[in-house]
Design a protein around this ligand. Structure first.
Ligand SMILES: [Zn+2]
Length: 316
């Protein structure tokens, strides 16, 4: 199972959930020299690429003091107590300058990071983006205010008092197989040649396995029988949780019912490897759960083979 830890996932730090309502502890943590701040600008994180890559953690003195008040407790990472902090939104060239690092998107640098730092930065982004999108109560429209070290927002209208918790949007992603072949499709907006697994958001009132069967039927017309869980990946762009599955088709005929895909095909392992090698086909970036679902299906539980092909092509 250790092989199923996806990029941005993993229990690399103590989230200190029991400290979120402890004001005295928080005040002490902010002043005892262990506090470190993880800044988020737009949807970008401050990273050092040379030498690196690594996450830049700011010391309290590097941030305007008013930003300390809105800091969101992430947890204990090594010997530091880490907080996420929103340093604003604007043009990429207008990002605030700090003594080191530059603001980069995690989708482009996430794979190259140490796994624990990638997870910490993704968590920081998820929390900051959630705060930005919930500045007002959805029930009465009054401003919201952070509580629990930023892990809850309370409506400021006394007659309402709604509490808003961080939002996560579950989405299924599934590798469907039939008779030794895998079902892959492409959306028209994707880069040329890229094919991926079927994916879509879970709807209210729907189980995960129902969502798998519905999405596959809507996008490809294929009927799915057995569904089994593979692994999951936080995808905080802004708030998805990708839930990965494998499934077996009972009726493999393809019809593109909802026009989300412009093509879908069944690929044998031989088709897949030769199409990757001759450049007719590309798969999503290696940091995505989709790429890992495809590689694990190809390798059928034996790691390394297709992953090695993709890795060589990516580097080459
Ligand atoms: Zn309200």
């Amino acid at each position: 199972m250790a092989d199923r830890v996806n990029v941005f996932a993993g229990s690399h730090f103590d989230r200190l959930g029991h400290r979120r309502r402890d004001r005295d502890w928080l005040d002490e943590a902010l002043q005892n020299g262990r506090a470190a701040f993880i800044p988020v600008y737009n949807d970008r994180s401050l990273v050092l690429t040379d030498p690196g890559p690594s996450a830049v953690m700011l010391e309290p003195g590097e941030l305007a003091s008013e930003l300390h008040d809105g800091a969101i407790l992430l947890g204990e990472f090594g010997d530091r107590i880490c907080f996420a902090v929103d340093v604003g939104e604007g043009e990429p060239g207008q990002a605030p300058a700090f003594s080191s690092g530059s603001f980069r998107g995690l989708r482009t640098v996430g794979l190259t990071f140490p796994q624990d730092q990638a997870a910490l930065l993704a968590y920081a982004q998820a929390m900051v983006l959630w705060h930005r999108r919930h500045r007002y109560c959805g029930r009465c429209g009054a401003p919201s205010q952070g509580n629990d070290c930023g892990h809850a927002l309370h409506c400021t209208e006394p007659g309402c008092g709604q509490v808003i918790f961080p939002r996560i949007d579950p989405a299924i992603i599934v590798l469907v197989e039939h008779d030794g072949r895998a079902l892959l499709g492409r959306q028209p907006s994707w880069p040329e040649g890229v094919y991926s697994t079927v994916a879509g958001f879970v709807e209210p009132g729907e189980s995960l396995e129902d969502a798998v069967r519905r999405e596959v039927a809507e996008e490809t017309g294929v009927t799915v029988g057995g569904v089994s869980y593979h692994s999951s990946q936080p995808w905080p762009f802004p708030s998805s949780l990708m839930l990965g599955f494998r499934a077996v088709a009972t009726e493999p005929s393809i019809s593109l019912n909802d026009n989300e895909l412009e093509d879908a095909q069944w690929f044998s392992r031989e088709d897949l490897a030769s199409s990757l090698q001759n450049g007719r086909l590309r798969v999503p970036p290696q940091l995505s759960i989709s790429s890992r679902l495809i590689a694990h299906w190809y390798d059928d539980g034996v790691t390394g083979r297709l992953a090695a092909v993709i890795d060589a092509l990516t580097r080459g």
